[in-house]
Every structure is written in C-alpha cells, then in structure tokens.
Design a protein around this ligand. Structure first.
Ligand code: AMP
Length: 580
C-alpha cells in the first residue's frame, strides 16, 4: 500500500467508526432488500424488509438450523433458497458440526469485503511500524489445507487456503513474502515448514516481519527450528536441499534460489548454537519490526513463550474475524496481547449482541433464554458488559450465533471495541480446532465402554489442554472403579491405550486433520486414584463454591486444581497411532 493509500484507509476507518449506527442500518437494509424474497427469509418476513419485523420474526440460529439449506445448495439446488447473490464457493470453518466442518457461503461481495478488510487492518500497523511492504519481506508461515468439492461442484476451503489461491495473492507473494507458493501448498506440512524456514533464513536480511495467522503456528515454527537448525545450516552452507524433502514443488522452488552460502550458514549457526534461545527471533531476523499473529482468545496460552523467543519485539494481533463474518481490527498494534481490543467495522456485517453474565470463575454462562432477550445493536452495547456475538451477513447468515463471547472495553468514535473473552461451549483447543463438551463426552462415552466387559467403570472424568511441550495435546483425567472388589491396579495398560485411540477416532474432523499433521500430539489419559475428584470438589468448595451447586468443571483451567489431580495420577497412557 502506498503512503497516500494507507492514509486514505485511515480516513475511511474514521468515517466508518464515526457513522457506525447509520452504516449498520444501511447494511441491514441492503441485506434485507436483496434477500427478503429467499425461501428462508420469506418464511419469517413475508417479503417485508423493515428492521423491526426482522428483529421480531427472524429467529436467532446456530449452524445446525441453517445446515439443511447449506446442504441443499452444496448438493446442487440454487443458492437463492438462502441468499440472492450467487454462491461462488464455501469457507470451511475450524468449528465442526456433527463431525463435519461447517461451510459458509462465499459470494463476490464476500471476496470484496475480504480485500477491503486486509487494507483496513493493515493501515494501523503501517502507521505504527512504517510501510513494511516497501521496506522488505514478510517471513510468514502459511499452510494451505485440503479443499473439498461439493456434489454441486462448488469448492470448499478454509479462509486462509482461499486467500492463498487468489491470483492477487500469488502475484504479490514473491515480492512481499519469503515463502514460495509451492511450500504453502506442500501436502506434507513438515516439509512445507522446513522449506519456509529455510527460505526465511536465506532471505533473513530482507525480513521485516515474522508471523503466521495464529501464535501457535509461530511457536511451532520456533520449536521446529530448535530441532532442525543444524540441518538447515548445512543446507544453506552447501546450497543443497535435504534429501527428505521429496516434494517436487518445494525442490523446484529451492533449486531456483539456493546456492552455497557458508558465511550466512556460519552466522546462523553461531546464533542458534547458544545456550539460551531467548530473543532468537530477533537475532535471526534482526530487521524484523514485529511478530504478526493472533495472540488473543485461545492463543493467549502461547504468548508468554513467544515473548521469550522474541524478547521485546511487539506481538501484533491485527484483526478479529471468522469464516462467517469479518468483525474488527486492532487500532493499537503496540498494545500487549492481554489488553488487545478489536474495533468493530460496521460495514462488514450487521452485528447484534446477546448479553451474558460472568457467573463463576471457570466459565461464562448465559443467564437468559434467547427468545426472551432483546438483542442489543452494535452502537448500544455497554462498556464492561459481556456479549455473545450474533451476525447477519450478505452471504446468507441471518441472526447467526458465532459462538464467541466478547467484552466491551470502550469505544472508538461511535464503534465499540471488544476484548475476546472465550469461545462458548468450547472446552479444549490446542490450535484452531474447537472441541465442545458434547464432542468430548461422545468420545469418552464410547471409549469407556471398552472398560465395562473387563469389570471396570469410569466414575468421573475431566480434561485439560497440556501445552507444556510442543505440540500441545488433550489430557483426560479418569477415575476408574473396579467392580466386585477389583482394583484399578489390575487394569490392563493395553486397554487404556485402546481407550485413548478410540477417543481420538471419535473426535471431530478438524481435530483429526490437525493430529495427522502433528499440530496436536496424542491424547493422554491420566488415571487418578480413588477419591481424587472428591479432593477436587473440596478444593472448589474451599474457594467459595456452594457445595449444593458444585459442578465439576469439564475442563480444568486453574493451576491449583490441576496440581490436585496431577498429584494423584497412578498411570499415564497415550494413543499410539494416528486416528483414521
Ligand atoms: P474460523 O471460523 O475457523 O476462521 O475460526 C474463527 C474463530 O477463531 C472465531 O470465531 C474465534 O473464536 C477465533 N478467532 C478469530 N480471530 C480471533 C482473535 N483475533 N482473537 C481470538 N479469537 C479469534
């Protein structure tokens, strides 16, 4: 973006945030006037387009409610059952529905919005860090995921994969990024990652930002580098790519740029060969101005470690968006990850908010019934209040619950700014996959059935995400009772290992993809001794939970509670193979 262009975009942000209320009404008006005649909306609005009627008649829905329409379109019916504009593709969300990834319609308007969004979220970054596009290249770790073709012939891919496929992106890639396209689309993510690090190191003097979409991926890159820096240095020294990189695309891309560079290899070797890796990112890429990746929400768990590796380089979370809708941008890129707020963009969708209340430490629960609650408009949200996000988009989502809980931290002009609080109903997440209580309970129910014939029963369980080693993994604490005087110690380890595998098989599609790509490590069951869950309850009661209202947390978030269970572990078991 040229200097005058980004200044123009900053002006646009001023306009959008100043006129947020009016723009929201216009956005809704346009969505309704275009789509009131669709089969879906006709059922509620009878062809009318008034905002009040929309608020009164159109129900608040989840993906499950819209799925029949989306499936019909995916199977070949015309898109106008749900939206007037033709569907060009689908975005695959990392959330799942019945084990399948959710699909959201993509239209020409959606693609346009995505392009505008990129300019909107980059402008505050350019304002603070200078024009990175002119200054050098981005060392960004990028991985395309497999595309699906629906029976109607429409393509379905994750938002990032769709971006990597765009011709515009492919045109700017060699100038602005260090990774060649072949490394992004490499079917083996480890080969892709190796090559992306290699290209990033070869061009280290040109690199002005390091990053990825999410903090977890940047960290994964650093850990991978810790295990492979000698090999990478050897390749840089000799100008030859390691033999285990068999992907032809990667090999071709490497052959175009690699030549022996012993000086560079020595420099990198000296940096990596030191005892502490504190600040390694800064040392390896000395011109990097910031690390760009989402550090909020579930990614908060990775920021402390990332801060260690980047020592003082700012971590920049530039935007908040989901496959379903584009939401907000970070106007203060220098803000610490824990303080980041996203200013909502009123032109991207029509936003409504369901008030939610913070009930207890472990999670936030709704204190209402959707039917009884009036949804709050974007400009009417109150500072300090938490809300669940509901979106109406130009792409056929009407009053759709995204599943995110946000807190209003303030306003920029008339547009509210939100901090991300949590994903509703999601209890486990290592990367972008989201496992709900129901997903987990289904997997546990089937796995525990393996114990029954052997005379054991699972009496209690809970879970947590262990990220102390990379990649992170799901841990299940199981308290098991033997029938007819049997003791847990008689439990055959083989059957516990089988339980681990069974659970992985039953977890959802996105989990399995990430597991196969080693983004998530094997599920672990930690068997705890009898009475451990009583001790857990005693702990919560000692902290003020009423005994009569005590609900065992389905996921442990407190360090102290974790210590209670961990100190009572009598056996640890891992799933030995990848899920099918
Ligand atoms: P997907 O639909 O797979 O793109 O995932 C979108 C979800 O990722 C959102 O609904 C959020 O739960 C999460 N997410 C996206 N951006 C952020 C962000 N900046 N901070 C926290 N969570 C985010």
């Amino acid at each position: 973006m040229a200097t005058n262009e980004y200044e123009g975009v900053l002006k646009k942000i001023e306009e959008l945030t100043t006129n947020a209320g009016q723009i929201q009404d216009e956005v809704l008006g346009e969505i309704l006037s275009r789509n009131a005649g669709t089969e879906y909306l006709r059922g509620f609005l009878h062809g009318q387009t008034e905002k009040q009627l929309f608020k009164k008649n159109v129900p608040i829905v989840t993906y499950e409610d819209l799925k029949p329409y989306i499936d019909r379109i995916a199977n070949g019916e015309t898109s106008d059952i749900l939206l007037a504009e033709p569907i060009t593709a689908f975005f695959l969300s990392s959330g799942t529905s019945g084990g399948q990834p959710k699909m959201t319609p993509v239209t020409a308007q959606v693609t346009k919005n995505c392009e505008l969004f990129r300019r909107l979220y980059e402008s505050p970054v350019i304002k603070h860090f200078g024009d990175i596009n002119q200054a050098g290249k981005r060392m960004e770790l990028m991985f395309a995921r497999p595309e699906i073709e629906t029976p109607s012939g429409l393509k379905a891919a994750s938002v990032s994969t769709s971006i990597y496929n765009e011709s515009n992106f492919r045109t700017i890639l060699p100038k602005l990024y260090t990774s060649p396209i072949e490394t992004i689309f490499c079917p083996d993510p480890n080969q892709g990652l190796y090559c992306q690090l290699l290209f990033g190191l070869i061009q280290r003097d040109e690199v002005v930002t390091v990053g990825s979409l999410f903090a977890s991926t940047v960290l994964r890159g650093v850990k991978f580098l810790e295990n492979h820096w000698q090999e990478l240095c050897y390749d840089i020294k000799t100008g030859r790519l390691s033999d285990w990189i068999t992907d032809l695309g990667c090999r071709n891309a490497a052959s175009l740029v690699m030549k022996p560079n012993p000086e560079q290899a020595d420099l990198i070797e000296n940096i990596c060969n030191c005892k502490s890796w504190e600040g390694i990112i800064r040392k390896l890429w000395p011109k990097a101005r910031y690390i760009g990746c989402v550090c909020t929400g579930v990614m908060r768990q990775y920021t402390a470690e990332l801060e260690f590796y980047c020592r003082g380089l700012p971590l920049v979370s530039a935007f908040y968006a989901c496959s379903e809708a584009i939401c907000g941008i970070n106007l203060e890129p220098l803000c610490k990850p824990c303080d980041v707020s996203y200013t909502f963009l009123p032109n991207m969708a029509y936003f409504e908010f369901i008030p939610v209340e913070n009930e207890h430490d472990e999670s936030i629960e709704m204190k209402r019934n959707d039917e009884d609650t009036e949804l709050v408009d974007l400009v009417n949200v109150k500072a300090g209040q938490c809300y669940e996000l509901v979106v109406t988009t130009c792409a056929g989502l009407y009053r759709y619950k995204v599943g995110d809980v946000l807190m209003v931290s303030g306003f920029y002009n008339n547009a509210p700014q939100f901090q991300f609080v949590e994903r509703k109903n999601v209890i486990l997440s290592v990367d972008q996959e989201k496992t709900s209580e129901t997903d987990l309970s289904k997997a546990v129910t089937e796995a525990k059935a393996l114990l029954d014939p052997l005379g054991f029963i699972l009496t209690e369980y809970t879970s947590y995400v262990d990220t102390s080693s990379a990649p992170g993994h799901y841990v299940l604490f199981w308290e098991i009772k033997g029938k007819e005087g049997k003791h847990c110690k008689e439990l055959d380890p083989k059957i516990m290992v089988e339980c681990c595998s069974k659970m992985e098989e039953l977890l959802h599609y996105t989990y399995k993809i990430y597991r196969k790509r080693n983004i998530i490590a094997a599920v672990e069951i930690r068997v705890v001794k009898q009475g451990s869950f009583e001790a857990l309850m005693d702990y919560y009661v000692s902290k003020g939970t009423s005994l009569s209202q005590y609900k065992k947390p389905s996921c442990i978030k407190s360090e102290e509670a974790l210590k209670i269970l961990d100190s009572r572990v009598i056996g640890k078991y891992f799933s030995p193979k990848l899920p099918l």
